[in-house]
Design a protein around this ligand. Sequence first.
Ligand code: HEM
Length: 490
Amino acid sequence: MVRGRALGQQIQELLHCQVLDTLTTQSEEKLMPLSAPPPAVPGAVPLLGHSMALLRRPFPFLASLPDFGDVVRVRLGLKDAYVVCTAELTRQVLADDRTFDKGGPLYEKAAEIFGSSLATCPHAAHRRQRRLIQPAFHASQLPLYGAAVVDQIDNVIDTWRSGQPCDVLADMTTIASRSLMAAMFTDLEQDTLEQMRSDFRIMASDMQRRVLIPPLLNRLSVRSNRRYWQAKARLDNEVRRLINNRRTDAVEHADLFSMLLTARDPDGTSGDDTDHLSTTELINQVLTFFYTGIESTSATLAWAMHLLATHPPVQGALHDEVNKVLAGSPATYDDLPRLPLTEKIIAEASRMYPTGYFATRVTTRAARLADYPIPEGATVIYSPYLLHHQHSVHADPERFDPERWNGATAPFGPHGTLFSFGAGPRKCIADTLALTETALVLASIASRWHLDPAPGTHVRPALGITLVPHGLRLIPQLRKVEVMERHSHK
Ligand code: HEM
């Protein structure tokens, strides 16, 4: 009960909602005719509103909201938030980031930690940052990053022993973090990379607590805060050292960091803006990439492996695909066009378990959604989980069916119905990189291993900022694959 109340307050803080008692202010009356607010979802209890429902059964609660309307009002604590419940309205919100800007305490706290970075900055600062950073994620860079991933897969899965349960989420986190750091900095020595990984783990594991508790507590000199500050300072210093080295050495590096360092924006010289990323901006971006990139990638892979282990026919079909294309070898970037089922499995896993299961926006002016008035300063929530589990968006949504993505263009699917990477101008900048990486890892594992669920385990989504599988343990069995000459695609 105590735990429940605390989390109820945390959710309320997290979502930072606006009390809906000033809908008919003078300025709005000028802008739009008086009309009723969106329907309120029943079941709000005094003081907590719907926080307990979100806490106790978040996924059935989110999935139930479309029953009450296309836009609904939920109460989180004493405040209201507006949830968009159709794919079309979600696209409308995500397309118009001038009106529905990034905001809410989650982003505000993230900005305290990472500074103003691509993921946290408001609309006014976004376009310049995106123009500077986008080229680093261009498709032409993917073979390079793909190679960094391939190097890291074997180091981890070679430690597996046939028949012995393994903590798949931890292993996927190791692969995702080593891959991203290696793609970012090709000149990192192994021990520096491991130190950065360890510091990043400390920071990431503390993130959720720091986002949810009042700022004052984050400033107290207690052991957990000191550990966090030291890890963050070491990471900042290491990235600063790497920047300085790069600025002075004449060697060209083919990596993501080099793309950020040399990026120039011809439109970025107006006002206080410069045409390049400053040292502080570079540090902020690198830490943001670690935070946004590692957990979501590893959780998506872990969910995909859980789904394969619990759906033997799909795992069998995947083995057929990788047998033909990889013949027992790990996958490379060039193999991907011939691994369509692998990509569909990733898309379907991210549909069923979108790791960013909800996000918030804050209205910068009075707006309308489906003819309902939404006041300025209101919190608007979109939820990929809610949309992905709706019958009207995806037929038989609770069924794991990778074939539903037949003919879809990655990563948005037919008619843009996959919201796992968001949409619009704030869509994940690394969606194709993430799809490339996850497909390479999944195919390489399937090429050599069969996965079974460990008996007695109960997998469930853990409620946090990212949707991760809690309690997942799988038993890998080494497959007997006849290693043939690999299919040539030249
Ligand atoms: C399977 C893996 C991933 C998933 C499911 C994912 C999901 C998302 C989602 C849903 C958003 C939009 C959030 C919103 O609308 O508020 C987003 C944004 C973002 N993601 Fe990812 N992401 C993944 C991997 C990565 C990786 C590997 C990186 C970096 C290397 C990354 C960097 C970012 C950044 C910088 C943004 C902010 C973009 C902007 O506002 O312009 N993500 N991601």
